[in-house]
Design a protein around this ligand. Sequence first.
Ligand code: HEC
Ligand code: HEC
Ligand code: HEC
Ligand code: HEC
Length: 462
Amino acid sequence: MGGLSKKATLLQELAPPAAALKIDAGTLFFDDAFTGQPERLAQALITAGALVEAYNHMGYDTVALGHHDLAAGEAALKSLAAQADFPFLSANLADMEGSLLFEPVAHVERAGMRITLIGLTGGPQTAAFAGWAKILPWQEVLPPLLARHSAASDLIILLSNLPASDNRAIAEKMADIHLIIQSGSSKQNMRPQLINNTLISQVGHDGKYQGQLTVEWPASRRWQAQERPILALQKEYDRLGWMLDKIAKKGGAEVVYKENKAAYQAFQQKEERHRQLAAEIAKMATADKKEHPPAATYTNHFHPLHPSLADDVTISKLLQRARKKANQVQRAGAAPNRDSQYLGSRACGSCHEAIYLAWDKTPHATAYQTLVAQDQNHNPNCVYCHVTGLAEENAHLGAALPESLQGVGCEACHGPGRNHRATAGLVPLPLKPAPSLCTSCHSAERDDNFNYQLDKGKVHGP
Ligand code: HEC
Ligand code: HEC
Ligand code: HEC
Ligand code: HEC
């Protein structure tokens, strides 16, 4: 979500605001289920509310609903839709009776074109979601929609949360859908791919990029020039012409085929065919120009939401407000303390004083304070890497962590020390810090220039 304030700045820099269409293909709001985790749900709803506000501010045209967007339930999703200045789209998300829950399509006019946007939600087809929604198969939903809207639309865009294989199948069957922006499972950006008359593209999932597709869309409504009969004739004409030239250069057919009557006759037939072709091509040229207007062109960019981009002030503020609110919810729901094998770093210091004093000056010692400063110290998506003895699975216990385990302490690397201390060091610590331990926190995503050999010397201070 941190990238949003940069995204807003980028959008302002990139787009000629009047012509640009701002769309999101789904899985914007949630990326997980919340069963049995009321604090996480509450936090996710606060975040989702901030996202709607931010998308309002950026002037989005529409957002399609992905499978994960159902995670918070019907009431929550409807209430988010009510806050949005743009429609939530899904042409196949229905209630248990089969009536659609959201708008199936949106119509937008840009640059004198009538654009129709269709949303499709992914997930197991026809399976029920927690008893309130089901996904209708695209095979049923799309044909009647296209029949209704194709004629009146210059350009049809499908925002699809379906798996890539379904999107390909749609492209193969339905040339009326000109563009598919997919929001399936892929984390990677996907360059546009042309299948039949449909361009398919996807921006990676992690919010690190902003996709920009610039399209020159002609009246032909085609990405590729259609089969033109004139081209085949021209090819044959050129090939024959090249052959005839070759013979001419060797002194002419009379000389070359002096000894071979059959070959000479064949040559004459080729000359005749060459003349015929010239006449046919001339005849077809006018019609060809009329029937085959130029095909569409596009350019595609994935712009990284680089840290050097300025933050949009409005969005920064609303995100900050949301973070504060979410942090308070987390604190209110903090789980009770647990019976711990961990002692905290100070306890190690009583026997390893020099190492303790040196460690205490490293950023690891103050990693929790870093989160406090950002109002993120109760956020289960953050704490487990900024404290000692938590894993992602039990991240929700972070709020109840004793002060001695705040920060990346000795035991984050050496393992819990209760037995080691009780035996004054006789029971060795179970963990010898390995590179994989470091990279469980210093993941490529968080620290792309982590180097074990260089960095391990810094863990006990300079
Ligand atoms: C009561 C004193 C005492 C305390 C408290 C103590 N250690 Fe030790 N530690 C020792 C002694 C003594 C050794 C040396 C053991 C040896 O050489 O076999 C040692 C060795 C180690 C080693 C070297 C590798 C190994 O396992 O032998 C590590 C790492 C270590 N301690 C980490 C810690 C950490 C982390 C803590 C806090 C959780 C801690 N120690 C608390 C006394 C202590
Ligand atoms: C439990 C998670 C965790 C583990 C395990 C961990 N780190 Fe860190 N590390 C952090 C966090 C969080 C910070 C940033 C602290 C801050 O600035 O608030 C950090 C900062 C650092 C820094 C200082 C910042 C920098 O990039 O120069 C170094 C060096 C470092 N870690 C090295 C290591 C090494 C080497 C290991 C493995 C032996 C390791 N870390 C294991 C979480 C971890
Ligand atoms: C997978 C482990 C992990 C998670 C989860 C994590 N961090 Fe960190 N964080 C790190 C590591 C490792 C560093 C040190 C990176 C470096 O030195 O380049 C760090 C550094 C930081 C820093 C200081 C350096 C900087 O880049 O400004 C801040 C602030 C920070 N994290 C905030 C957060 C917040 C907020 C969250 C939750 C939204 C979070 N972290 C979640 C591992 C993590
Ligand atoms: C970020 C990870 C990390 C933290 C935090 C950390 N250590 Fe270590 N420690 C290491 C690594 C890596 C080594 C070196 C292992 C090697 O070279 O094989 C090591 C080695 C040691 C050793 C044995 C070698 C030596 O230098 O004497 C002791 C004892 C030790 N650590 C104690 C501690 C204590 C006590 C603390 C807390 C005050 C602490 N460590 C904090 C990663 C860490």
